[in-house]
Design a protein around this ligand. Structure first.
Ligand code: MG
Length: 344
């Protein structure tokens, strides 16, 4: 048995809503340990994964994890041949193997990757969907975060941005989570521009690349693909359709693929955001180690939960501060020595 795994229930501080989903009160992630290295899977139904598929995939991966665990690329190639897709499960394995080797060598992950920890950006803080006045009030309350990411995709999108602009003059990223038609997107973005918007994430359907191209040609705000891009192979078809991509570890299968995506995006002149699901500080800190390579960070998943089992990356005026402990560098929280798990 190489892989140990258990389900962790993450309790949300506030119920969280985006355009295509109902309100969530909690999320489940799967914590993984491989020979002293820790990783986390945060599956999303949108990408056809859930707790059960991750657990089933991990059981299959377990019997394919013999051999040299230091050779992470070879291990991940083997898993890819064994079972297609299932990238949240693969992400947890990739993350655990990186944590393991960092700990064995006594170096933090950013150093293993050859990155300068001082080059981290500031992260955005997400305001989930609600009534415009409530979203405005939330924007006013989150004083410590210098950039807001605002979820849109409702009949009252303009009222939402108006309410938020009444509350703050901070930079705003907008994420429509595929909610608009291309025509509607152009009209709404034109109405939003006077309120000062830094970028628009995934205005329209994930598969509608021509819709994205049309929007990009009509508006002056950078368009960032999220649901349209999962892995490096998805990047070339997006050239000319968007200005940048949003990479998530759980979507792409881990750190190795994320690094490949960053370089593929740069080769094509695209901007790079690194984002997240609702995850503990383990998943968020792993992603944060890559941020010296990106333009935008949206790594607030751990800030939205009330019972984070780990402490890792921290913020100073919104800037991501990487831990310098070996590996991913998270430690169990003082107040909660063991994660709130349902052991399997
Ligand atoms: Mg998004």
């Amino acid at each position: 048995m190489n892989i140990r795994h258990s389900v962790t229930n993450l309790q949300l501080v506030h119920p969280f809503k985006i355009s295509r989903r109902e309100v969530d009160q909690f999320r489940q992630v799967i914590s993984v340990e491989i020979d002293g290295g820790f990783g986390e899977a945060a599956p999303a139904r949108f990408y056809s994964e859930d707790v059960e598929t991750v657990q089933a995939a991990l059981e299959i991966f377990d019997s394919n994890l013999d051999g040299d665990l230091d050779a992470i690329q070879a291990v991940m190639d083997r898993l890819e041949c064994t079972l297609p897709r299932n990238y949240a499960a693969k992400c947890a394995v990739d993350m655990a193997l990186h944590d393991r080797i960092g700990k064995r060598l006594g170096v933090p992950l950013y150093q293993l990757l050859g990155l300068n920890p001082k080059k981290t950006p500031r992260t955005a803080f997400t305001i989930g969907l609600d009534e415009p006045e409530i979203m405005g009030r939330k924007a006013r309350e989150v004083r410590d975060y210098p950039i807001l990411k605002v979820k849109l995709g409702t009949p009252h999108d303009i009222q939402i941005i108006r309410a938020i602009r009444r509350a703050t003059d901070k930079p705003i990223y907008v994420d429509a989570n595929t909610a608009w038609t291309p025509k509607e997107a152009v009209r709404k973005i034109e109405e939003l521009v006077p309120y000062g918007i830094e970028l628009i994430e995934q205005p329209t359907n994930a598969d509608d690349l021509e819709g994205l191209r049309h929007i990009r040609e009509q508006v002056d705000v950078p368009i960032i693909a999220d649901e349209s891009v999962k892995r490096a192979a998805d990047i070339p078809p997006l050239v000319g359709c968007v200005d940048g991509i949003n990479i998530k570890l759980t979507k792409c299968g881990g750190l190795l693929e994320a690094v490949r995506m960053i370089h593929a995006a740069r080769t094509h002149g695209l901007q790079v955001m690194i984002g997240c699901m609702i995850e503990s500080s383990l998943g968020i800190t792993a992603a944060a180690h890559l941020t010296p390579l990106v333009d935008y960070a949206d790594l607030d998943g751990n800030l939205l939960i009330a019972n984070d089992p780990y402490a890792g990356v921290t913020l100073e005026a919104g800037k991501l501060i990487l831990p310098d402990r070996p590996g991913i560098g998270v430690v169990p929280r003082e107040s909660r020595r063991t994660p709130p798990s349902d052991s399997l």
